[in-house]
Design a protein around this ligand. Structure first.
Ligand SMILES: *[C@@H]1O[C@H](CO)[C@@H](O)[C@H](O)[C@H]1NC(C)=O
Length: 145
């Protein structure tokens, strides 16, 4: 049976709209999972911190993610970069007005999934994020250690 009239089109439009909104939500959730760790979990040193957090946040499967940065600030402060606490750079990229503590983890050669090993670098720095519907969905490497 062929679909007729405006209803199937309307239905399809609604599905695409909902799917779009859900995927934006997913991108923000993914941003938080990958890039926000506050307060910073205690560890004997930052290398052990990276080994622990990369695994805990699911970034070591199916492969060892080569580089990842954790920002040690509340999610609200990072969302604010998409508003008053940030300035536009180009496109949907914005720089934070303030600086945050960050830890960047870089995988060591020879790491295997299940045994990913990282080195760590820390810095207090501005961050550059991409915003979609006033939510951060991506962290740019600019400014990161
Ligand atoms: C953030 O920086 C921009 C550009 O310098 C400035 O216009 C804005 O007022 C600042 N926001 C706050 C809350 O200070």
């Amino acid at each position: 049976m062929a679909l007729r009239g405006p209803c199937p089109l309307l239905f399809l439009t609604l599905i695409l709209l909902v799917a779009g909104l859900l995927s934006e939500g997913a991108s923000y959730q993914q941003f938080v999972r990958q890039h926000v760790e506050y307060p910073k979990t205690g560890a004997p040193n930052d290398r052990i911190y990276c080994n622990l957090l990369m695994q805990r946040r699911g970034l070591t499967r199916p492969r060892c993610k080569p580089t990842n940065t954790f920002i040690h600030a509340p999610t609200g402060q990072l969302r604010n970069i998409c508003g008053r606490e940030g300035r536009p750079v180009r496109g949907n990229l914005r720089d934070s007005n303030r600086s945050f503590r960050v830890t960047t983890c870089r995988v060591l050669p020879g790491s295997q999934p299940g045994r990913c090993r990282y080195r760590a670098a820390t810095r207090v720095t501005r961050v550059r994020v991409a915003c979609v519907r006033r939510l951060p969905v991506h962290l740019e490497p600019t400014y990161l250690p």
